[in-house]
Design a protein around this ligand. Structure first.
Ligand code: 5GP
Ligand code: ZN
Length: 146
């Protein structure tokens, strides 16, 4: 548990939360300021700040939790879609520095905007950048399959 981490305090039960799922590794709660009703956040119980710090074991399990909770949200709310969102760093919109994944129910006529203007690559830029990033995948079992 990290001092002064609001999500660690929620996980420890020191701050109340509307909890919809809990197991030994994760707690899933309702976001207090929901983008839509049913907006939930998945919290790993072991504190880590962001995706870069997330341990493999948690990373392997977290998408299974996301899939399970997404299906339950869809079944309950009959939403038309659902966004998974995960922010890393202040510039990316992270405000609580304990890794979490948002599940946000979406509806055909909702007013939420999660769009960006479409950029473009010149020439071989995308291929070269892919190669440069692939070269940084140091561990051979994580090497991009190119
Ligand atoms: P971030 O911006 O870091 O991706 O998301 C943090 C989320 O945590 C926000 O959507 C915010 O509404 C939510 N949040 C912040 N404090 C609390 C809290 O005390 N309880 C709950 N349930 N959610 C919180
Ligand atoms: Zn924490």
């Amino acid at each position: 548990m990290q001092n002064n981490c609001i999500f660690c305090k929620i996980i420890a039960g020191e701050i109340p939360s509307a909890t919809l799922y809990e197991d030994e590794d994760f707690k899933v709660i309702m976001d207090i300021f929901p983008a839509a009703k049913g907006h939930a956040i998945i919290l790993p119980k072991k504190h880590c700040e962001n995706l870069y710090e997330l341990e493999d074991a948690s990373a392997e399990k977290v998408m299974k939790v996301a899939r399970m909770v997404a299906a339950a949200i869809k079944a309950e709310l009959n939403c038309d879609g659902l966004n998974l969102l995960q922010n890393n760093g202040e510039v990316a919109g992270q405000t609580v520095f304990h890794f979490h994944i948002h599940l946000i129910p979406r509806y055909r006529n909702d007013s939420l905007k999660m769009t960006w203007s479409q950029g473009k690559y010149e020439g071989q830029e995308a291929v070269e950048l892919a190669k440069a990033i692939a070269d940084r995948l140091i561990e051979s079992d994580r090497k991009a399959n190119i």
